[in-house]
Design a protein around this ligand. Structure first.
Ligand SMILES: Cc1cc2nc3c(=O)[nH]c(=O)nc-3n(C[C@H](O)[C@H](O)[C@H](O)COP(=O)(O)O)c2cc1C
Length: 336
């Protein structure tokens, strides 16, 4: 399954690009009243309280390298009590001899909250099998049409996706999170997902790992120009404000604590990072990785204190200013 190792290599070599988080600014309060030591970063999600509003998002499985990364990520998720999603589990259903490359996620974190991940085009039965593989607490179903068309060996027929997704929601005994893979979600998409029974989304928007670029690098016929496609994570969160009754998680281009705080202020209930945790997993020692995660999580607390917010709930009340491009997006989409 060298495609998975290709993804790891290409994702790590992508340059970090400026993204829409830079177009979001807080109105700075110069006289905050909060003690960093008292900042409470906890959030409630899926009837569980998490100490931090950050999760390790879907990445890998299926190869020896993937197993080592999953083991490291599993240790980090256990250490900090972070929710963690696996990479797409289809490979383990197609070839059960690879299941052991996923299971360290659960073995390293027996009590943790784990989401299994599966593609929307997989056989419906795979959904519960993926949940069972990891004794998972939730299922992420990824929606990745741009990646599929950019992949030489990818899917071309999307006609059955809505029905397949609805069937997966009915088939599993855990909450389903419909997840993009870096191209964002509009409010129209979120409302369509709601009609299919989905109550949780991960908008995973443009601005970070770009799977059109990743596939272009592997392809005999790269899709020129297409890598700019998609809605950014910030744009997707602005869209999500218009959708009632949906739990919205955010990922895509979240590089550091300041982006985490901005995503929370824009209404995300929790914030996923892939590239950041991949870099941590590849640190030379676990201790170095732990320090890096610890520093990032402490930075979230420091920034919240500067913004005069003792709890995550307070963040959406901080006044924000949007760049001209984001303001134009909001005007054109009827969001202001
Ligand atoms: C190496 C790698 C593999 C990935 N594999 C999956 C996958 O199997 N399923 C999925 O839903 N998303 C997958 N993703 C997408 C991420 O979960 C996330 O949506 C995307 O990378 C944007 O986040 P980032 O900018 O923090 O990397 C993968 C990302 C990376 C970097």
């Amino acid at each position: 399954m060298s495609r998975k190792d290709d993804h790891l290599r290409e994702a790590m070599t992508q340059s970090i690009v400026p993204n829409d988080f830079e177009g979001v600014r807080f109105v700075h309060p110069s006289l905050p009243t909060v003690n960093v030591a008292n900042v409470d970063t906890s959030v409630e999600l899926f009837h569980r309280r998490f100490a931090y509003p950050v999760y390790i998002n879907a990445m890998t499985g299926g190869t020896r390298q993937a197993k080592a990364i999953n083991s490291r990520l599993g240790k980090l998720s256990a250490r900090f009590g972070l929710m963690m999603a696996s990479g797409s589990c289809s490979v383990a259903m197609n070839d059960p001899s690879t299941a052991h490359t996923f299971t360290p996620i659960r073995d390293e974190n027996p009590e943790g909250f784990i989401a299994a991940n599966i593609g929307v085009s997989a056989p419906v039965a795979y959904a519960q099998q993926a949940v069972d593989l990891l004794a998972a607490n939730a299922l992420q179903v990824h929606l990745n049409a741009p990646q599929e068309v950019a992949m030489d060996e990818g899917d071309r027929d999307f006609t059955f996706w809505p029905d397949n997704l609805a069937a997966m929601v009915r088939a599993v005994n855990v909450p389903v999170i419909a997840k993009e893979v870096g191209f964002g979600m509009s409010r129209e998409t979120m409302r369509r997902l709601q009609k299919l029974g989905v109550k949780h989304v991960d908008v995973s928007g443009r601005g970070g790992t770009n799977f059109i670029a990743v596939e272009n690098a592997r392809s005999a016929s790269p899709m020129e120009g297409f890598a700019t496609h998609g809605l950014s994570t910030v744009e997707s969160l602005l869209e999500a404000r218009e959708v009632d009754g949906m739990t919205v998680l955010a990922s895509g281009g979240v590089r550091h604590a300041y982006d985490v705080v901005k995503a929370l202020a824009l209404g995300a209930k929790a914030v996923g990072m892939s590239r950041f945790f991949l870099e941590c997993a590849r640190e030379t020692s676990l201790a170095t990785a732990v320090t890096r995660v610890e520093t990032m999580l402490m930075d979230v607390k420091k920034i919240m204190a500067v913004l005069d917010c003792q709890t995550v709930d307070a963040l959406p009340r901080v006044a924000m200013i949007f760049s001209g491009e984001l303001a134009s997006f909001m005007r054109q989409r009827g969001l202001m």
